[in-house]
Design a protein around this ligand. Structure first.
Ligand SMILES: C[S@@+](CC[C@H](N)C(=O)[O-])C[C@H]1O[C@@H](n2cnc3c(N)ncnc32)[C@H](O)[C@@H]1O
Length: 311
């Protein structure tokens, strides 16, 4: 790829998604964008680039961004965050929210759904204990294509073999031909929606728990900081943030502090609590926080009544 074409894609991807692409990854542009050129009936990638330069088409740009995202994920990925969710976070929040009986959870880059569905299965196992609770799991991603896959919740043998305990496979999936279909009782617990982490988060409402794992690694320090600080604004003061194993807040923002004993787990610092005291709303998730324009109803609001049920 010519340097000028590389620069065009580099700035387009950065502006639209925050993805940083370095010259050594130039081959990825070739291999992932050639099929897009074909899909859009261009004879070559060069022809598509020429057209893009002259007349940027938003739909084509969306396809390009989606093609360049990395969607690697798996059920119970890295195990530990899900143990922390189950054994550390839930007991604390179930005690703290026992009067309101509400919890809002956000999977901020959910890919094909394995991460939110893993959380849903954990919660389903606690159904008796959670009777009468209103629990919302909002799962978002920048890619419509991957969100469609997530909503379908149909997985290959290979995908269910990676991290999913066999008893969950037997209990919550049906084998249909070669595929494993997640049952509706788990599917219906998740509200999927397209959301770009570079955008204002205020329409999402506030959350008790945010999983933002294995996506910040693709961003530069400036965007990491902005995103983490926006998340701090949407997280309840006693809420929890989980990042991926290769991600940290250290040296990036003072809005979060790591739990020294639980790798990947972060809580808001005093500075963040003071800074966001007027930005965060109630723990019910029925409030909107921040003041930016747009929807006044948070994603997922009003979609559940009782435990996990959609109206
Ligand atoms: C590697 S996957 C991580 C999936 C899951 N969180 C996990 O840890 O297994 C990264 C996801 O981030 C999404 N993504 C990339 N840039 C994004 C952005 N600006 N806003 C929202 N999602 C984005 C990609 O589409 C992709 O599905």
């Amino acid at each position: 790829m010519k340097i000028s074409d590389f620069e065009l894609y580099k700035s387009l991807l950065y502006d639209k998604s925050g993805l940083v692409i370095t010259p050594d990854k130039s081959y990825l542009l070739d291999s992932r964008l050639t099929p897009i050129a074909k899909k859009w009936n261009y004879a070559t990638l060069e022809a598509m680039t020429l057209h893009l330069r002259a007349l940027p088409d938003e739909k084509l740009i969306k396809d390009i961004v989606e093609a360049m995202t990395t969607n690697e994920t798996s059920f119970f990925r890295d195990t530990k965050p899900f143990t922390i969710f189950q054994e550390t976070i839930l007991p604390v929040l179930l005690e703290k929210r026992k009067t309101k009986r509400t919890l809002r959870i956000w999977c901020a880059a959910c890919s094909s759904g394995q991460e939110p569905y893993s959380l849903a299965m954990i919660l389903k196992e606690k159904e008796a204990e959670l009777r009468g609770w209103r629990i919302e799991i909002v799962a978002t991603d920048i890619s419509d294509e991957i969100l469609d896959q997530a909503k379908r919740a149909s997985y290959t043998q290979f995908e269910v073999q990676r991290g999913l305990p066999i008893q969950y496979l037997m209990k919550y999936f049906m084998q249909i031909g070669e595929a494993w279909q997640l049952k509706d009782e788990i599917r219906n617990m998740i509200r999927f929606s397209n959301f770009n982490l570079l955008d204002s988060m205020s329409r999402l409402g506030t959350f008790d728990i945010v999983f933002c794992r294995n996506v910040l690694i693709y961003f530069d320090e400036k965007n990491k900081r902005t995103i983490l600080e926006k998340i701090a604004g949407q997280l309840e003061n006693d809420g929890f943030l989980l990042l991926g194993g290769a991600e940290t807040v250290l040296g990036i923002t003072d809005k979060f502090a790591p739990n020294p004993e639980k790798r990947g787990l972060y809580v808001k610092t005093q500075a963040a609590k003071e800074g966001s005291s007027s930005a965060t709303g109630s723990a019910t998730g029925s409030s909107t926080s921040g003041s930016s324009a747009g929807s006044t109803r948070p994603i997922g609001s009003g979609l559940t009544t009782g435990l996990f049920k959609r109206t």
